[in-house]
Ligand binder design. Structure first.
Ligand code: UFG
Length: 323
């Protein structure tokens, strides 16, 4: 298929573009490089430098690529930042997303695959979390992604757009070529591995008084290649709906740090800090629906294996991408 990947220079987008190319799809990447890296764009893909704020830019890119499917990763994606700068989240994730949806409908795109998030649920009533749980986000990031989900629902109802929206839990790990390099790193695993590499003196633990066994937040870490694999399944005709993507295993912040110590062989000094605003205590997926309906099967369900691929990438690219 001819597929337009927005945000294809970013962490998850780059890995997904790589896998779609491996599967024989033709890929155009649209990315403004505000968070992404030019060198994270697979050389086999066509690249369009995006200026999403400029009127007509998104439509022009869609008209140039003439895709059968759009896989939409481009977004602002930091919970903490969204609590201090909500406007950025509603602008990038909702307003620019709407431009893309309108463009998709106007050129007759057959399939729209969207990166949503477990942050759309807020603190869940039960664990593991299934797709039918109420969605009550507690930060603007989750709210902006939920708003886009609702737009997708209406574009399906009213314009017949077939979509798959994936609610990712915590993406982690790397392929041989592409890994996690954010300009300002806030995510737990890369932050901990920076300490292992000797680039930071210690790792901060945000909140030790949560109602969890060791007092730190629990998350469900999912390998970026397994996320990408789900997108490959989703672009096929006939797939439609909302799906969680996670492994169903929760790990606390302290457990993640211990695993990083074991994998890297380095001691990780820590310092305890107050809670980070907007963080729910525990998020663990049930991805049964994706397994059942899409035939999805994670290849890296174990945290050690996920961290090992991240560690291999960071050791090889201690400064991340050059650009
Ligand atoms: N954390 C620390 N120290 C750090 C970094 C993080 O203790 O240096 C804690 C956080 O407070 C949180 C946990 O580690 O409890 C995981 O934090 P991350 O920042 O790695 O990821 P989030 O859980 O905030 O992930 C959220 C959403 C995802 C979304 C992601 C995008 O749950 O759906 O943000 O940034 F994709």
């Amino acid at each position: 298929m001819n597929v337009l990947v927005t945000g294809g220079a970013g962490y998850i987008g780059s890995v997904c573009a790589e896998l779609l190319l491996d599967e024989g799809h033709k890929i155009t990447v649209y990315d403004d490089l505000s968070e992404g890296h030019r060198s994270a764009v697979d050389q086999r893909a066509r690249f369009i430098l995006g200026r999403p704020e400029e009127p007509g830019d998104i439509l022009k890119a869609v008209e140039t690529a003439r895709p059968e499917a759009i896989v939409h990763f481009a977004a602002s994606a930091l919970v903490g930042e969204s609590m201090s700068n909500p406007g950025k989240y509603f602008r990038n994730n909702v307003a620019n997303g709407l431009k893309l949806l309108e463009a998709a409908v106007s050129v007759g795109v057959k399939k729209f695959v969207f990166s949503s998030t477990c942050a759309t649920y807020g603190p869940p009533d039960r664990i593991p979390m299934t797709e039918d749980l109420p969605q009550r986000p507690i930060n603007p990031y989750g709210e902006s992604k939920l708003m886009f989900e609702r737009m997708l629902h209406w574009y399906h109802e009213l314009k017949g757009l077939e979509f798959v929206a994936f609610r990712y839990f915590n993406a982690a790990g790397a392929t041989e070529k592409f890994g996690e390099h954010h300009r300002t790193e806030t995510h737990l695993i890369p932050n901990v591995l920076q300490v292992a590499l000797g680039q930071a003196p210690r790792c901060e633990i945000f909140g030790t008084d949560y109602p969890t066994p060791d007092g730190t937040c629990i998350r469900d870490y999912i390998h970026v290649s397994d996320l990408a694999q789900a997108h490959v399944l989703a672009v096929a005709p006939g797939k439609h709906g909302f799906y969680n993507l996670g492994n169903g295993n929760g790990y606390s912040v302290r457990e993640v740090i211990r695993t990083c110590e074991q994998v890297s062989g380095h001691k990780i000094p820590t310092v305890e800090k107050p809670r980070r605003p907007g963080d729910p205590p525990r998020l663990v997926a049930s991805a049964e629906k994706a397994v059942r309906e899409l035939g999805w099967k994670p290849r890296f369900p174990k945290l050690e294996d996920i961290v090992a691929t991240a560690w291999a990438w960071h050791e090889k690219h201690p400064k991340g991408y050059a650009d």
